[in-house]
Design a protein around this ligand. Structure first.
Ligand code: NAD
Length: 264
């Protein structure tokens, strides 16, 4: 039987190590026969990513810092040269100054607001534009978001504002590229212990709270994130675009903690 992603090629941006959500998705794609290219931010990450990429048979592993648009162009020029076209894109990139991922959102500086928005939100629009040019046969793009976009989560602060803008971008991009048969979606993940996740103050308290109060009373696994990512990037989700798809053990539907946890 043919594998789900057999004959499809795509780019995965945002693997820092084997805990990264992008890596969970990459593994699921590779298991289903996809051919992958990866980007990394800086040589230190590059050294970690190259063996991971090799383990899934990928040999296109390219440097890319989304703050430097020439490095983004370099990636897509190289993909065009090597492959001519692509079928999917994973964008799992976010950054904000750690010192502002605690305390009050009201204290966000102009400098960090702009940097957070460019790296965590606008980079998806810039990358999507270049990826769409290579999606000559239609395609699917996926970015990563978090429920702090629509509900206040203490310490998530400016990242919540960036994720709200990212989710709005997903809807506008879905409309812009829909006629080319290109679908754009966001996967809203429950908390996962990653480098980026650890940058948020009191991440462990939030992680445990969501685990204890989600309907499934657990946190999400890398296999679950990989499976949902695979679904959104494959033809199985052919009729789905512009969506924010929660993969959070159901936490987003709750309006309050479990009653028993409030009885002391
Ligand atoms: P991670 O630290 O493994 O990945 C973040 C990636 O962003 C890294 O690979 C890093 O190199 C990249 N990045 C940051 N600045 C960059 C730049 N200027 N240019 C290029 N790349 C840059 O952490 P993760 O948790 O896997 O994060 C991936 C995505 O998932 C992020 O968008 C994050 O907001 C989102 N997310 C994470 C969680 C969580 O709990 N960890 C939950 C929901 C959504």
């Amino acid at each position: 039987m043919n594998k789900l992603m057999q004959g499809k090629r795509g780019l995965v941006m945002g693997v820092a190590n084997d805990h990264s959500i992008a890596w969970s998705i990459a593994k699921a794609l590779a298991d289903q026969g996809a051919e992958l290219a990866f980007t990394y931010q800086g040589e230190a990450f590059g050294r970690r990513i190259k063996p991971l990429a090799e383990s899934v048979g990928a040999n296109l592993v390219l440097p890319c810092d989304v703050e430097d648009i020439s490095s983004v162009d370099g990636v897509f020029d190289r993909l065009k040269e090597e492959w001519g076209s692509i079928d999917f894109l994973v964008h799992a990139i976010a950054f904000s100054d750690k010192s502002e991922l605690k305390g009050k959102y009201a204290n966000t500086t102009r400098e960090n607001f702009s940097r957070t928005m460019v790296i965590s939100c606008f980079s998806f629009t810039e990358v999507a534009k270049r990826a769409a040019e290579l999606m000559t046969n239609g395609g699917s793009m996926l970015t990563l978001t978090y429920g702090g976009s629509t509900q206040v989560q203490p310490n998530y602060n400016v990242m919540g504002v960036a994720k709200a803008a990212l989710e709005a971008s997903v809807r506008y991009l879905a409309f812009d590229y829909g006629e080319k048969g290109i679908r754009i979606n966001a996967l809203s993940a429950g908390p996962v212990r990653t480098l980026a996740g650890a940058g948020i103050a009191d991440a462990r308290i939030m992680f445990n709270y969501q685990r204890d109060n989600s309907p499934l009373k657990t946190t999400v696994t890398s296999e679950q994130l990989g499976g949902s990512g695979l679904y959104l990037l494959s033809d199985l989700s052919g009729g789905v675009t512009g969506e924010v798809h929660f993969v959070d053990a159901g936490y987003n539907i709750m309006s309050m903690p479990r009653i028993e946890s409030l009885k002391t």
